[in-house]
Design a protein around this ligand. Structure first.
Ligand SMILES: Cc1cc2nc3c(=O)[nH]c(=O)nc-3n(C[C@H](O)[C@H](O)[C@H](O)COP(=O)(O)OP(=O)(O)OC[C@H]3O[C@@H](n4cnc5c(N)ncnc54)[C@H](O)[C@@H]3O)c2cc1C
Length: 321
């Protein structure tokens, strides 16, 4: 294992690392913290675009409930720096596996490591309704666990973009008795009898017709406008972005992926080990439903597995000499 001196941000990462962590969100930083504390020479490569950046607050992370996502990550970066982990603001654009992993960065450098953790998260592709992107993370929301408490008892709309949106409407009815499901691109006939029974039991109003836009007054959502011009008074709109897992590097490495209704994710063991020897993953790069606390936990778990893997492989090599 390589010993290190204490460093922080690196503008010129060089040499051979024990581990490169691609992605410096909750998953990557948590992995890096454990790797640094395990005396492994570690580099985090981070493009700096965490998924929850549109939100001013991060909820549901014990002891950090309500903290801004940016502050949370800044604290994480401070913590990894204490253990000499290097961090470079760059994007990994390619990776090759030989004796080491060679990770090519957009800035031109190629960095090498013995093990790799890919924590590149996912991107949310928002439905192309005018106004939705501008208000995302404020009063256009996707996740009741992230935002439900803050908007409890408000007038909820749910924008249906597939029959799965029924599930979202039923879920958010746990936070408000006033929920309208706008069928938008979904035909009424696509709803099953079970859907209709549950929607009725939850008191969810179902409104057919395409949503054409939002009514915003004084920088607040006040209504949802249909293509026929009618406006329904709503103060919150839940949407279901299409999840685009950032698995490009995994694909380059030939990792086995499995399709889910929310994108294709690497096949992993309980530690996040992928089908590619030496490559682990965690957070939203591994699964759609990973919240910040899961991502941090997954990164930590992957890192502990890597520490054991490196110690054992070094010992095996020593025995073999
Ligand atoms: C609007 C919104 C609000 C949310 N609110 C909450 C909440 O309140 N509570 C909660 O628990 N969860 C919340 N979430 C979910 C939360 O965003 C995720 O759980 C969390 O971001 C997952 O962490 P991660 O480390 O896997 O990915 P991310 O946080 O997305 O971090 C991935 C990092 O990898 C970088 N990256 C990607 N590709 C590359 C590459 N090729 N090279 C280098 N770097 C790369 C990205 O730029 C990014 O910095 C919210 C999500 C959204 C969309």
């Amino acid at each position: 294992m390589t010993q290190h001196s204490t460093t922080t941000e690196s503008s010129d990462p060089t040499g051979r690392y024990d581990v490169i962590v691609v992605g410096g969100g909750a998953a990557g930083l948590s992995a890096a913290l454990l790797l640094g504390r395990s005396r492994l020479r570690t580099l985090v490569v981070d493009a700096g675009e965490p998924r929850n950046a549109p939100s001013a607050h991060m909820q549901g992370y014990l002891t950090r409930d309500g903290m801004s996502p940016a502050e949370f990550l800044a604290l994480g970066r401070e913590e990894i720096a204490r253990y000499g982990v290097e961090l470079v603001r760059d994007r990994a654009v390619d990776v090759a596996r030989g004796a080491d992993f060679a990770v090519e960065l957009a800035g031109g450098a190629t960095v090498r490591s013995r093990r790799l953790i890919v924590t590149t998260g996912l991107r949310d592709e928002l439905p192309p309704v005018p106004g939705v992107a501008e208000r995302y993370g404020r009063d256009v929301l996707h996740c009741p666990f992230c935002h439900g408490w803050e908007v409890r008892d408000e007038r909820f709309g749910v924008l249906a973009t597939s029959p799965l949106s029924v599930h979202q409407a039923l879920m958010v009815s746990g936070w408000s008795d006033d929920v309208t499901l706008f069928l938008h691109t979904v035909a009424e006939r696509e709803l099953s009898d079970d859907d209709l029974r549950r929607l009725a039991a939850a008191g969810v109003k179902v409104v057919p017709g395409e949503v054409a836009g939002l009514r915003v007054e004084d920088d607040r959502l006040t209504g949802v406008r249909l293509a026929d011009g009618t406006v329904h008074e709503r103060t919150v709109l839940f949407v279901a972005p299409k999840a685009l897992p950032q698995t490009g590097l995994m694909e380059r490495l030939g990792a086995e992926l499995q399709e889910t209704p929310f994108g294709a994710y690497p096949v992993v063991d309980p530690t996040g080990r992928t089908s590619v020897p030496g490559v682990w993953t965690a957070g939203n790069a591994m699964g759609f439903a990973e919240q910040v606390v899961h991502a941090a936990s997954g990164g930590y778990r992957a890192a502990t597995a890597i520490v054991g893997d490196l110690i054992m492989s070094d010992l095996d090599a020593a025995v073999g000499e």
